[in-house]
Design a protein around this ligand. Structure first.
Ligand code: NAD
Length: 475
């Protein structure tokens, strides 16, 4: 299904015709067909949305927290009613296999709405310290910029806490996957979000993106995407001292301990890196295995990768869909070739499309062995179903290799929990996952180092959208 109003923007409570006449074709990456056009805004469109958000702020931010929670509960109700629609549009815009779109992509939007509501209900919004009243308040007008790889996860992780904190906002989803954002804007309208509190303008980075991150009436930018865009955004935001929260790239290590069941831990690691066709910022892309178990690890990884069913996203048995675009396809091909050229051992997969898939941006699930930290495939974020397996000598070497990266979003350890705990403390990453746990929507999510700053999810996300005021002499 294609949402209505793809060539309009949602500003001040209504769907409006853009000032800009520029449009972009939206491609289904599984078929390479253009399914519709999306309007790409210009500075005038961005300004109109920002001024609507500015005008709505004073009235919205003095509403009670209870009132704002009630609104997000209404949004959740409607989200649940339209759950299948969200799964279907994400399958269309990014090629997510339909079972994955339901069980992970649409599900993520739902569980983050639930987690934000629960956190808001439990949070201490105001309290006394001595004679000072400490008060949490919304930062102001927020620019929310999201990528294409987990569309509803990222939209909800920004919109829900911003609303609850008492902020108003302009959302700019990725121009590569704009369907779910438009569907969500209609939901916001139907849920009764007051005029101007939530606005949606589609556009690209150089256009709307640059305008909303530099405009003096915007108080905060919350951005998820590449480190390259994140640095440009921080620079654009600096002259007006905007708060900037950034969730950026990653190159997450996965240490398989010597005491682990190697075959099981490796197979689970392969499935984790391949899920979402490798297009997750926290994917465990660098698997570190004991050197004397390297051959065993490669055999287990090959078996697991070769068992993955790649194909039509609408087939309920498909596990791996295409990459999101031709651009990403070419980038992943180039990086697989770099792995081969730099002397890594190609265990399975490789360049080219999988057999019988001649249309769509499908790539072969690929595993490299014998990788070391100097190789491009160990350093660069690939954002495709490609695993690099690296041998280590002892646990100090494993920790050193794990931390030897500019990124610090996530890390993984597989093996007995008591053996993993001391290693977890030594890893420089915002999240350390022990034995591939279920997604914890109440744990902080965000990066060390060049993976960003700020934390999303539950109360962590709400705090990102709050200023803290001290009213001294209160009583
Ligand atoms: P991208 O950085 O190219 O684009 C992300 C968003 O930023 C899009 O909406 C885009 O239009 C906008 N944008 C681009 N340049 C901009 C600029 N100069 N000013 C303002 N806005 C700009 O990233 P992408 O290709 O859409 O997504 C993939 C990247 O996102 C990967 O690097 C991945 O690791 C990262 N990512 C990180 C997280 C996280 O939580 N840390 C989550 C998902 C994706």
């Amino acid at each position: 299904m294609i949402p209505q109003n793809m060539t309009k923007f949602y500003i001040n409570g209504e769907w409006v015709e853009p000032v800009s006449k520029t449009r972009l074709g939206v491609e289904n990456p599984a078929t390479e067909e253009i399914v519709c056009e999306v309007a790409l805004g210009n500075d005038d469109d961005a300004d109109r949305a920002i001024m609507a958000a500015r005008a709505a702020f004073d009235a919205w931010t003095v509403t009670s927290v209870a009132e704002r929670i009630a609104l997000v509960k209404r949004i959740l109700e409607l989200y649940n009613e339209r759950y299948e629609d969200f799964a279907r549009v994400m399958s269309t815009e990014m090629g997510a296999p339909i079972t994955w779109a339901r069980s992970a992509q649409a599900w993520a939007g739902q569980v983050h709405l639930e987690a934000t509501i629960k956190a808001a209900e439990e949070m201490t919004w105001e309290y006394m310290r001595g004679t000072t009243r400490i008060v949490h308040e919304g930062i102001g007008v927020c620019a929310l910029i999201t990528p294409w790889n987990w569309p509803m996860n990222q939209i909800v992780c920004k919109v829900a806490p911003a609303l609850i904190a008492g902020c108003t906002m302009v959302l700019k989803p990725s121009e590569i996957a704009p369907l779910s954002g438009v569907l969500f804007a209609q939901l916001m309208h139907d849920a009764g979000v007051p005029k101007g509190v939530f606005n949606l303008v589609n556009g690209d980075g150089p256009g709307v993106g640059t305008r909303i991150t530099s405009h003096p009436e915007v108080d905060m930018v919350s951005f998820t995407g590449s480190t390259r865009a994140g640095t440009a955004i921080a620079a654009a935001a600096a002259p007006t001292v905007k708060r900037v929260a950034q969730e950026l790239g990653g190159k997450s290590p996965n240490i398989i301990l010597a005491s682990a069941n190697i075959a099981e831990a490796v197979a689970a690691g392969v499935n984790a890196v391949m899920s979402n066709t490798g297009q997750s910022c926290d994917a465990p892309t660098r698997m570190l295995v004991p050197r004397n178990r390297h051959a065993e690890a490669l055999a287990a990884a090959k078996e697991a990768a070769d068992a993955i069913i790649t194909g039509d996203p609408l087939d309920e048995n498909t596990v791996l869909g295409p990459l999101v675009s031709k651009l990403q396809f070419e980038k992943v091909q180039r990086l697989i070739q770099a792995g081969i050229d730099e002397g890594a051992e190609l265990v399975t997969g490789g360049v080219g499309r999988p057999a019988d898939l001649n249309r769509g941006w499908f790539v072969r699930p690929t595993v490299f062995g014998g990788v070391d930290n100097s190789m491009t495939i160990s350093k660069e974020e690939i954002f495709g179903p490609v695993l690099a397996i690296q041998p280590y000598d002892d646990i100090d070497d494993a920790v050193a290799q794990a931390n030897d990266t500019v990124y610090g979003l996530a890390a993984y350890i597989a093996g007995p929990v008591e053996d993993a705990k001391p290693v977890a403390r030594r890893l420089r990453a915002g999240t350390v996952n022990l034995n591939y746990p279920d997604w914890d929507t109440s744990a902080p999510f965000g990066g060390y180092k060049q993976s960003g700053n700020g934390r999303e999810y539950a109360d962590w996300g709400i705090h990102d959208f709050c200023e803290v005021k001290g009213i001294v002499g209160w009583g």
